[in-house]
Ligand binder design. Structure first.
Ligand code: KG4
Ligand code: ZN
Length: 336
C-alpha cells in the first residue's frame, strides 16, 4: 500500500508511551503508561525509578499500541524514537528498544527530538496546519518560543533563562501544599481563586525580548508565603494559585504577541504539558483573535508527553530521508 506506518516510542521522562501513526497525521493508537502515581510519593520524578519502570512496561506498551491499531511489527515501515533531550537512563530504554526492533525486523530507525515532537502534536488535529508558524513550547523542562520555518527547520527566538514554566508550576504547587504534578493541581484550585488577589512580578528581560524567567516569580511566591506566616495572615491556596497562574500566563502571552507583531506571523501554536492549561489556552486564543492570527493547540492528551507526537515528527524526518544507525545514542541535553 502507499501508506507509511510508523511505530513511535517515547520514554524521555516519566511516561512510557508507544503509538502507531499512518501518513504523518493519522494516529491509529496512542498508549501511555504513566508513572505519576509512583513519583507523587517522592514529590517529583526520581530518575532511577523512572528508568526501571520504563524497562518493566515498554514491551507491554508497544504490544498494546500495535494491537490497538490492529497491526503487527510486520506492517510497520519505520521506527521513530525520542533520543533527547530528557533523563539519560529513561531515554536509553526507548532507544535500546527501538534499535532492537529495527535490527530484528530490518526496519529503518528515526531518532526524534522531543521538542520537535511536542511542536508536531499540533499537526494531529489540525490537518490544515503547515509551516511557517510561530510556536510556544511550554513543558516541565522547556520554555521555547520557536519559529517553525519548515518541517524539521526551527529558529529559536527565545527561551527561559532559569526555570521552565511547568517547573515553576510544580515548585509553587509544592510550596502551597498541593503536591506533584503541580500544573493540573494549580489549574484546578485556581478556578476557586481570585487572580488579582496578589500582584506577583512579571519578569522582563532587557537583552532578550523573547526570553523568559520564572525563578523570580517562584521566589516571590515563597516570600509572600513567609510574609503571611510572620504576620499571621491566613494563606488562601486558591488565591495564590490563581494569581501565580495569571502571572505566568500574562508573561507567556505577552512575549508571544510581541513576536507575532515583530515577525508578522499569521499562525500561532502552543505545545507541551503546560499548553493543556485552560487559562493559558483561552488567553492565547483571545489575544490571537484580536490580531486576526489563527490559533492552534493540541488536545490535552497530545500536550503532555505521548508517542503519537513522536510518530508525527518521525514521519516528516523519515520523508526527508533521515535514517539513523544502530549507533544512535541517547542525548540528554540535545539542542533543537
Ligand atoms: O510536556 P510534559 O508532559 O513533559 C515534559 O516534557 O516536561 O510537561 C509536564 C509539565 C509539568 O511541569 C506539569 O506540571 C505541566 O507540564 N502541566 C501543566 C498542566 N498539565 C501539565 N501546567 C499547567 N497547567 C496544566 N493543566
Ligand atoms: Zn515533554
Amino acid at each position: 500500500s502507499n501508506e507509511i506506518k510508523i511505530l513511535a516510542i517515547e520514554s524521555s521522562c516519566d511516561e512510557t508511551a508507544a503509538a502507531v501513526v499512518v501518513n504523518g497525521r493519522d494516529v491509529r493508537s496512542n498508549v501511555i503508561s504513566s508513572q505519576i502515581a509512583l513519583h507523587t510519593l517522592y514529590g517529583g520524578v526520581v530518575p532511577e525509578i523512572a528508568s526501571r519502570k520504563h524497562i518493566e512496561k515498554i514491551n507491554q506498551v508497544i504490544g498494546q499500541a500495535l494491537s490497538d491499531a490492529g497491526m503487527t511489527l510486520d506492517d510497520m515501515d519505520a521506527i521513530g524514537v525520542t533520543y533527547g533531550p530528557g533523563l539519560v537512563g529513561a531515554l536509553l530504554v526507548g532507544v535500546a528498544e527501538a534499535k532492537a526492533i529495527s535490527y530484528a525486523k530490518k526496519l529503518p530507525l528515526v531518532g526524534v527530538h522531543h521538542i520537535e515532537g511536542h511542536i508536531s502534536a499540533n499537526y494531529i488535529e489540525n490537518k490544515d496546519l503547515e509551516p511557517p508558524f510561530l510556536c510556544l513550547v511550554v513543558s516541565g523542562g522547556h520554555t521555547h518560543l520557536v519559529k517553525v520555518l519548515d518541517y524539521g527547520k526551527y529558529e529559536i527566538l527565545g527561551k527561559t533563562r532559569d526555570d521552565a514554566a511547568g517547573e515553576a508550576f510544580d515548585k509553587v504547587a509544592r510550596a502551597i501544599g498541593l503536591g506533584y504534578p503541580g500544573g493540573p493541581k494549580i489549574e484546578k484550585v485556581a478556578h476557586e481563586g481570585n487572580p488579582h488577589a496578589v500582584e506577583f512580578p512579571h519578569a522582563k528581560i532587557v537583552d532578550g525580548p523573547y526570553d523568559f524567567s520564572f525563578s523570580g516569580l517562584k521566589s516571590a511566591v515563597l516570600n509572600y508565603l513567609n510574609g503571611c506566616k510572620m504576620k499571621n495572615i491566613p494563606i488562601v491556596q486558591a488565591d495564590i494559585a490563581a494569581s501565580f497562574q495569571k502571572a505566568v500566563t500574562d508573561v507567556l502571552i505577552g512575549n508571544a504577541m510581541k513576536a507575532i507583531d515583530e515577525f508578522g506571523m499569521d499562525k500561532f501554536a502552543i505545545a507541551g504539558g503546560v499548553a493543556s492549561n485552560g487559562t493559558l489556552r483561552e488567553g492565547m486564543r483571545a489575544a490571537c483573535e484580536k490580531k486576526g492570527v489563527a490559533f492552534y493547540h493540541p488536545s490535552p492528551i497530545f500536550c503532555t508527553d505521548n508517542a503519537a507526537m513522536i510518530g508525527v515528527a518521525a514521519y516528516y524526518d523519515f520523508m526527508r530521508g533521515q535514517r539513523d544507525g544502530l549507533d544512535l545514542n541517547a542525548v540528554p541535553n540535545l539542542k533543537l
